[in-house]
Write a protein that binds this ligand. Sequence first.
Ligand code: ACO
Length: 331
Amino acid sequence: MERQDNKQIKIVGSGFYVPEKVLTNADLEKMVETSDEWITTRTGIKERRMASPEQATSDMTIEACRRALHNGNLEVEDIDLIIVGTSTPDTLFPSTACWVQKGLQADHIPAFDISAGCTGFLYGMILSRSLILNGGPRRILLAGSECLTKITNWKDRGTCVLFGDAAGAVILEKSEDDSGMLSHYWKADGKLGNLLFQPGGGSRNPATKETVDQDLHYLHMKGNEVFKHAVKRMGEAATVALKKAGLTPQNVDCLIPHQANIRIIKATGKRLNLPPEKVYSNIHRYGNVSVASIPISLHELKVGGQLQKGDIVVMVAFGAGFTWASVVYRW
Ligand code: ACO
């Protein structure tokens, strides 16, 4: 187990952005053979947002970052590092974080991306903790942002009903009181990488007419395999992170699971023996927005007044890689 001490980092600002265009289950009924009833019962999703043709991941991220800065009463000049978690970068290089740095006019501060699928936001929090507590940047702008509709195969009913576009952001700094990140747990298993991946466009299958004809530039997923691993690993991650913080599920006031599927969310809550009212879900409104789902949930809970000082919040995610992680946080 990794060493953890009692020094903490905390969230001092948050915000999110979703595109205006709403894609409902009724819209999808006109595109593939599916039904509102199937999507609702199997996934919990009613609608999702869709970026416009001109809108890239960095455009959404810049707006989410501006809102997080405003929420934290901070200026761009107060930030020392930008990290963006994404699997749908504007370009393979430069990183989306560099496009965001340009958009925010945050001159010369370092900026880079994290590629850890839906777990990228929690990987980013864990990394930020080490950087901040070891004398690195004083304040980090951490975003999770995804334009999944741009890599969705609209003919594949097994995936196209699931995903949406969104960006969330938080600002992290050293905590001077007892609030903040208490413990974490993070893992990966690359042996299972091809259960959820974008096969084309990288150095394994560089983009050609053939790779496009074979739909290799789209997201490919073995949904029910992903489902089984997600339930098991999210339960494991939350349990271990709680133990590392010296806590048990009975201490938890709010569970924020990655919003992949309402059945995965409920199963994770059940594994921890939590009553449904302690398990946050907004998947009906946004679908699976991957790495953006936890920062959006955090911000909604915060502005909704649903988190009280001292509350124990557990964030847990699972995603492509496979990767999985959990963060225990005292509000
Ligand atoms: N509408 C109607 N029928 C459908 C649809 C659809 N949109 N999609 C699949 N079906 C059919 C299948 O063809 C299959 O039919 P068959 O029995 O005649 O062959 C039947 O429904 C059952 O298919 P399954 O894939 O077994 O359905 P399942 O209950 O597993 O639900 C789903 C599929 C929703 C994709 C589920 O497996 C899931 O949510 N998996 C996890 C996905 C996920 O969370 N991915 C991301 C995690 S990481 C990240 O967030 C990036």
